[in-house]
Design a protein around this ligand. Structure first.
Ligand SMILES: C[S@@+](CC[C@H](N)C(=O)[O-])C[C@H]1O[C@@H](n2cnc3c(N)ncnc32)[C@H](O)[C@@H]1O
Length: 308
C-alpha cells in the first residue's frame, strides 16, 4: 500500500491528483470550506487570537485551503499550510504554505479530510485454525496468508479489532493511530479534526473494507500504483491514541452545528427575488449532499482539543 500510493510512480504523486479519481466533501460543495472557515473562527476565538494557523493534513491539491481563503472574514490573519506528500500544485495562492511535514508548535486548527484512510495499513485474516496471519499480496492482486501477527500489531487487534472466526479480516490501524497522534501532538494549542469513513469497536466490518477507486469507479484493490487504495478508519482507536479530550460525531451533526443545514429556502423568495431563490435552492441541494444519510453525512468527525 505504501509503495503503490506513495512510491515512485505511486498513485497520489500523479499529476492529476486525487480529485482526478474521486470526489470528497471538499469537491462536493464550497459550503464545506465555508464550514471549515467558521470552525477556524471559533477555534481562534477560543484561543483568544486573530492570527491562528490552519493546517490541512493530506491537502490534495490545496482545494480546501483555497476555498477557506475565499470564505474568511476580514480581520483574521491566518497562516495556511498544506501538508502533502505530493508536490506543491502550480498556481496555488502564494499565501498558502506547502510542506511534507506537519509544522510544529502552531496554534489553531488542524484539519484532515480523508487523510487517515490513505495512511497505509496491513491486512490480517484469521486462518482456518483461528490463527491470525498477515495477508500478503503481489502487484497483480494475488493474495496468500503469511506469518502470524505478533507483537504490537497483535496487541492492537486484541484491543481494537479482535478476529475470532476463520476467514474474518481486519485492517491493523496502528500506523493511523500513530500518524494521528503525531499530527495532533504537533499543535501547541487548538483543535484537530479528522474526517473520514470510520467504524467503531462495537461494529467493525467482519471482512474489513479495503477497496480501490480509479477514475470515479470502484475497482479491485490491486497495489499496482494505478488506483487509490483505501480502508475505513478505526477512529475510536485514533481518538484514544491522540492527546487531549475528544468528541466523535457524524458529519451530519458537525455540519449542522456549523450552520450547514440543507433547509429549503422559503417559497415566497421565488417571487420576490427569483435569482436568490435559485441560488439558495442550489445551496440547499449541496448541503443535503454533504449531510446525507447513507452518504457523506455518515462520515465521522473526530475532534480533539489541545489546551493552551
Ligand atoms: C483522499 S486524499 C484527500 C485530499 C483532500 N484532503 C480532500 O479531501 O479532497 C488523501 C491525501 O493525503 C495525502 N497524504 C497521505 N499521507 C500523507 C502524509 N503522511 N503526509 C502528507 N500527506 C499525506 C495523499 O497524498 C493524498 O493527497
Amino acid at each position: 500500500m505504501e509503495r503503490a500510493l506513495y512510491g515512485p510512480g505511486g498513485f497520489f504523486l500523479r499529476p492529476e491528483g486525487p480529485a482526478g479519481h474521486f470526489r470528497t466533501s471538499v469537491h462536493a460543495s464550497p459550503l464545506f470550506a465555508g464550514a471549515v472557515a467558521r470552525l477556524l473562527v471559533r477555534v481562534a476565538a477560543e484561543l483568544g487570537t486573530d492570527e491562528p494557523a490552519l493546517v490541512d493534513m493530506g491537502a490534495g491539491r490545496g482545494e480546501l485551503l483555497t476555498g477557506v481563503l475565499g470564505a474568511l472574514p476580514a480581520g483574521l490573519r491566518v497562516r495556511l499550510y498544506g501538508v502533502e506528500r505530493a508536490a506543491r500544485p502550480p498556481g496555488l495562492d502564494p499565501r498558502i504554505g506547502w510542506t511534507d511535514r506537519v509544522p510544529e508548535g502552531e496554534r489553531g486548527l488542524l484539519f484532515a479530510n480523508e487523510w487517515l484512510d490513505n495512511v497505509p495499513v496491513d491486512v490480517a485474516e484469521a486462518d482456518e485454525d483461528g490463527t491470525v496471519r498477515y495477508v500478503e499480496v503481489d502487484r497483480t492482486g494475488t493474495e496468500r496468508l503469511g506469518g502470524p501477527v505478533e507483537g504490537p500489531d497483535a496487541e492492537w487487534l486484541a484491543r481494537w479489532w479482535p478476529l475470532t472466526e476463520p476467514g474474518t479480516r481486519a485492517e491493523i490501524g496502528r500506523p493511523r493511530d500513530e500518524a494521528w497522534a503525531a499530527a495532533v501532538g504537533a499543535l501547541a494549542a487548538g483543535t484537530a479534526v479528522a474526517v473520514d469513513y470510520g467504524h467503531l469497536r462495537a461494529a467493525r466490518p467482519p471482512f474489513g473494507t479495503l477497496s480501490a477507486f480509479r477514475e470515479g469507479r470502484e475497482t479491485a484493490p490491486v497495489p499496482d500504483g494505478g488506483r487509490d487504495l483505501t480502508a475505513h478508519v478505526a477512529l475510536d482507536a485514533c481518538a484514544a491514541t491522540g492527546p487531549g479530550p475528544y468528541e466523535l460525531r457524524t458529519q451530519r451533526e458537525a455540519l449542522h452545528d456549523l450552520g450547514v443545514t440543507g433547509g429549503r429556502p422559503p417559497l415566497a423568495l421565488a417571487s420576490t427575488d427569483p435569482a436568490a431563490y435559485v441560488r439558495a435552492l442550489a445551496g440547499a441541494g449541496e448541503a443535503a449532499e454533504l449531510t446525507a444519510r447513507g452518504g457523506l453525512g455518515d462520515f465521522l468527525w473526530l475532534e480533539q482539543r489541545i489546551a493552551p
